[in-house]
Design a protein around this ligand. Structure first.
Ligand code: NAP
Length: 323
């Protein structure tokens, strides 16, 4: 496993981190299998775990708390998130700070997360939705600094809404934020335009989330792929999205180097960018953990393939189904 500096925190985090949404919210999760997968990841050197209160109303945080107890001698970095008070994802331009993150809510949900995790302090707390027009409002800034002073959190980050990588730029300049979590993968290259350069300038860490485009970039989806009604992906991969996603993924198939898989190419694309501090694939199955950790060998992808993959950038606008 290769490690990277996590912005101004100075932490050395594994470049393959761990996304913990699926195991506490998607259908067909098996807790014993998820816990085994997490243990394999720790044994393989993964030390950065991304969870949220919103992933099963604390269930994912509790799974992470148990992992930390099972590995008391490992330094595992914990990143979690505060849900918006109105429990609506994503936020919209018209939402006010008090609809989503009033000070008492920031404090009380951090306390709930500490309890779920069984910890005295959270390495990285994050806002689970964000609007950049809240940047200058002192209420969130004061609450964040209070949590830091009391030692309940070490650092604060923002997780930006899907396909809105620039809806945070002014907030990053306030000095209260140490990391940004953003969708970045072969399709979603827009963070390279303004977000990554600003993070470089301000020494803010970047967490590249959704490396497989929620599954499209594993290359396993077809036009016949369906999800159970109670799985959020049934409302995300609506026919319009599924058809376009499968078409975009199919265009990548001829580019996969011999001996490589599409998930491997997808992760290596992300790791080839030094502006990325860590990427956090969602994984519940041991074989996925093993294969994903295996891409961290410092080799990335050949330059000509990277140039070719740049052509597969796919800019999308938030829609009614994009969540
Ligand atoms: N608003 C936010 O802040 C926000 C939103 C979305 C996601 N996130 C974070 O980002 C993380 C990653 O995103 P995500 O989980 O939504 O999507 P993702 O990482 O793009 O895709 C996860 C899917 O890929 C599959 N997979 C993983 N490795 C694979 C491999 N080697 N071969 C084939 N399939 C593989 C997983 O299967 P299995 O699960 O069956 O192993 C799962 O179905 C989340 O877990 C969460 O921590 C944050």
């Amino acid at each position: 496993m290769e490690y990277r500096r996590f912005g101004r925190t100075g932490w050395q985090v594994s470049e393959i981190g761990y996304g913990m949404w699926g195991m506490a919210g998607w259908t067909n999760s098996d807790d014993a299998q998820s816990e085994r997968s997490l243990d394999i990841a720790v044994e393989g050197g993964c030390n950065f775990f991304d969870t949220a209160w919103g992933y099963g109303k604390g269930k994912s945080e509790q799974i992470l708390g148990r992992l930390i107890k099972r590995h008391p001698n490992q330094r595992l970095y914990v990143a979690t998130k505060i849900p918006p008070k109105n429990m609506k994802w994503p936020s919209k331009r018209e939402y006010k700070l008090e609809d989503c993150f009033p000070a008492d809510h920031i404090i009380s949900y951090t306390e709930k997360s500490l309890k779920n995790l069984g910890l005295e302090t959270i390495d990285l707390q994050q806002f689970h939705v964000w609007e950049d027009n809240w940047a200058e409002q002192e209420e969130w800034q004061r609450a964040v600094e209070k949590l830091k002073t009391e030692g309940k959190i070490q650092h604060m980050g923002v997780s930006v809404n899907r396909w809105e990588p620039e809806n945070v730029l002014n907030t990053l300049r306030t000095g209260h934020i140490s990391s940004v979590q953003v969708i970045y993968n072969i399709f979603d290259q827009a963070p390279e335009d303004a977000l990554f350069p600003l993070c470089r300038e301000l020494d803010i860490a970047t967490i590249a989330r959704v490396p497989f485009d929620e599954g499209t970039l594993t290359g396993t989806f077809t036009l016949e792929t369906t999800f159970p009604k109670e799985d959020w992906r049934s409302t995300y991969f609506v026919p319009e999205n599924l058809q376009a996603s499968v078409a975009h993924a199919d265009r990548l198939k001829p580019l996969i180097p011999e001996g490589m898989t599409m998930p491997e190419m997808a992760l290596r694309f992300i790791l080839s960018n030094p502006d990325v501090s860590t990427t956090i694939p969602g994984m519940r199955k041991p074989q996925h953990v093993q294969s994903n950790l295996g891409t961290s060998d410092g080799e990335g992808l050949p330059q000509d393939l990277l140039v070719e993959l740049k052509q597969h950038r796919w800019d999308r606008e938030p829609t009614a189904w994009s969540q």
